[in-house]
Design a protein around this ligand. Structure first.
Ligand SMILES: Nc1ncnc2c1ncn2[C@@H]1O[C@H](COP(=O)(O)OP(=O)(O)OP(=O)(O)O)[C@@H](O)[C@H]1O
Ligand SMILES: [Mg+2]
Length: 321
């Protein structure tokens, strides 16, 4: 005859059972991810620059609109801690950010806010810096939530802040594609090269495209790219950088920011808006070859790994370092 169960032994059985089934719950959640053959996985793009004020946030916001207008689902993760953030460009004020998810107070769905064309925006807030220090349990909870976002979107665009720090580099390292923005100013060029250098050391197969912003004419854009490409080949062990294109200096951009309406909506026929649409239709119609997923017989876990799983590993100093 089994002994009568006391309250405390019931509790300990429950907590032990919870501990035991925990891995299976996560397994089940993971298997919910519909990565079937031929399915498109979210394409993650981190936009960075080294130097501040070169147009990262403007690009992310307008790129998001451009992609959404082309029928793509887009989520923006604002990983910038500065003031001129994505939400300001869209004229919306998220009440919550990643910190609230990290603290366990909210789910990721609760903190996302909707922008135009169904674009979803996640404010990183100071949560972005905390990602580097969170304990395993919090990390698991957060990354499990973030991972499912990738099934709900075609593009995940990440806006980073100025500077080259661990958080920015990690977001670059984990992304499918990194857009490095440079202007024609020498300091901006140097900083763009700086971030490419760090990234090439961390991940030599990273897919980096250069966008030259605020140019006077397209030759200028091409020249800046040529220089970056040449020094990357020469000094970074033959590291490849691709050319995304250039955007002209356009005063509508400033007005759009003041109006808190992205240029794509404020002035859809301006030079920059037209050029950005051309870039998107030429360069984003399919993923770069090495990032195509979903081959039927491809069981290679590395290739199928989600962005947030890669990011978690990098933050924890995992093997992708
Ligand atoms: N092509 C352009 N022509 C004219 N102005 C531009 C262009 N692109 C961006 N700007 C302007 O440059 C300023 C900085 O842009 P933005 O905030 O996007 O830069 P950022 O790189 O995100 O800056 P930070 O590093 O501070 O986050 C803004 O006033 C924006 O309107
Ligand atoms: Mg910015």
């Amino acid at each position: 005859m089994p002994e009568a169960l006391t309250q405390s032994s019931v509790e300990s059985i429950i907590s032990e059972t919870k501990r035991e089934i925990r891995p299976y719950v996560f397994k089940r959640l993971e298997s919910r991810t519909p990565r079937k053959a031929g399915d498109k996985i979210a394409h993650t793009i981190t936009v960075t620059s080294g130097k501040g004020g070169v147009g990262k946030t403007s690009l992310v916001a307008n790129l998001a609109i451009c992609l959404a207008q082309a029928g793509q689902r887009v989520i923006i993760l604002d990983a910038d801690l500065g003031l001129a953030n994505v939400d300001v460009v869209f004229g919306i004020r998220p009440k919550y950010n990643l910190i609230d998810v990290l603290n366990g107070d909210m789910d990721i769905d609760d903190i996302m806010v909707s922008g135009p064309y169904g674009i979803q925006i996640i404010a990183g807030g100071s949560g972005v810096m905390e990602l580097a220090d969170i304990d395993n349990e919090k990390a698991e909870r957060l990354f499990n939530q973030l991972r499912f976002l990738e099934d709900k979107t075609d593009y995940l665009l990440i806006d980073t802040g100025a500077g080259i720090n661990k958080s920015v580099i990690s977001f670059c390292q984990a992304a499918d594609q990194v857009i490095v923005i440079s202007t024609t100013e020498p300091t901006s060029l140097v900083d763009a090269f700086g971030i490419i250098k760090v990234l090439s050391n961390k991940r030599h197969d990273a897919y980096v495209s250069v966008l030259v912003n605020k140019v006077d004419d397209i030759e200028e854009g091409q020249q800046i790219y040529n220089r970056l490409s040449k020094v990357s080949k020469e000094y970074l062990n033959d590291f490849d950088v691709h050319y995304l294109g250039c955007l002209k200096q356009d005063r509508n951009m400033h007005i759009a920011v003041r109006q808190q309406t992205p240029l794509m909506l404020f002035s859809p026929n301006s030079t920059v808006a037209v050029e950005l649409r051309r870039i998107v239709s030429e360069s984003f119609h399919e993923l770069p070859e090495q990032f195509k997923f979903g081959e039927e017989d491809n069981e290679n876990e590395q290739e199928h790994e989600s962005f947030f799983k890669r990011l978690a590993k990098i933050f924890k100093g995992g093997k992708e370092d």
